[in-house]
Design a protein around this ligand. Sequence first.
Ligand code: SDX
Length: 423
Amino acid sequence: MSKAKLTFDGEEYEFPVVEGSEGEVGIDVAKLRGATGAVSLDPGYGNTGSCQSSITFIDGEKGILRYRGYPIEELAEKVSFEEVIHLLVYGELPTQSELDELKEKLNEYAVIDEGIKDVLNGLPRTAHPMAMLSTAMSALETYYSTTGSSDEDILRVIAGTNTLAAYIYRYKEELPYVSPSKDLGVASNFLHMMYGRPDEDPDVDEVVAEAIDKLLTLHADHEQNCSTSTVRMVGSAHASLYASIAAGVGALSGPLHGGANQAVLEMLQNIQDDDGDLEKYVELAKDKSSEFRLMGFGHRVYKNFDPRARILKKSADEVLGALGKDDPLLDIARNLEQVALEDEFFVKRRLYPNVDFYSGIIYRALEIPTEMFTVMFALGRVSGWVSQWHEMRNDPAFRIHRPRQIYIGENGRSVQPISERGE
Ligand code: SDX
């Protein structure tokens, strides 16, 4: 399969075909406009590959997700988030000495300039944490502006996001900032900075830390999703890594994307307040005249179960059990999933629970405030964003991203003096 043929306007054209290592096939249309005068049109890019990547593979039909070839199910069970960071950024799981060195650097770079606290202190405490995170990420560049391609930049952005997230929580809660410990892993350090005391040694619940570690791994990367594509887009202009990540935070905040985990919890709470009337919300989600969607359901790529949702559904049980907690919202979520998966509307459209459907239940059990859920998503995804950004910047085929369009506006016309433009 080496060529794709196109017959257009009485002419026949051939375009090369690219086949990936998992058998995915792409028609290379890089020369389409030059050859035919026409551009491809694919609003939402549902049929368009923006790049060739070696980082993450998704098979949406089979519900497969792998980071650098390793199945997400194995990574979630067998390795730490720090090992996943090494895998995504450098391409391989680390040896023990590589892991020790990475942990040391992450702890070094978790310490960020004190000036950032003045930036946060200037923001309204009521602002959404994602708006604060993108502001603080942009501000980080003013303290550490370099090309963005150094190992320090990579690890400072990952470790710094962790610190920023905890600082944002402390600022919103009017609590004193807690500095990062130099002896803790990413998940434990986050919890220490979130819930610790500035004058006390860290005292982190291992069950909670392990659950956070797994959540960070599950959210770490997901090929060319909206926020990752945003990071690549901004980075393609040779903008800094910090500016690119700040833009990614903005994209992730949208309720159709990472913001969905917060929206799911709010939806479940509304159902609970509405006497658990599941049918009402399922019918509302099917009603085209309503804006309401079943949050945490559906996916552009997965037309089967999102493998992360499977893992999180099981993990929700384990975490609540380990913490001796019972959450009626988990029962509502399970029943809602059951009702939807038996409903023709969802079955026909192949709408299944996605990563955001159960994650909020776990964050709630871990006593993470609902408003911080999407920040938690960003804590994992920042490692994927950084890895994808670097892959793009080191790609020999690298060009600034500049899509075309089909213009459908007014044809050429000349300016009339305002006196002749009517009343
Ligand atoms: C994430 O891309 C990624 O990889 C993202 C992510 C990652 O890790 O980066 O996986 C993280 O963003 C997960 C998705 C979280 N968002 C939500 O849970 C919000 C609710 N979901 C939907 O808004 C929607 O399913 C999207 C945004 C996720 C996907 O949208 P698409 O691919 O554009 O699908 P669509 O809007 O074209 O829907 C197809 C049909 C439509 O009905 P018809 O026009 O065919 O009649 O399905 C319907 C939609 O109305 N539909 C839903 C629905 N999702 C799609 N109807 C009700 N409830 C829903 N949730």
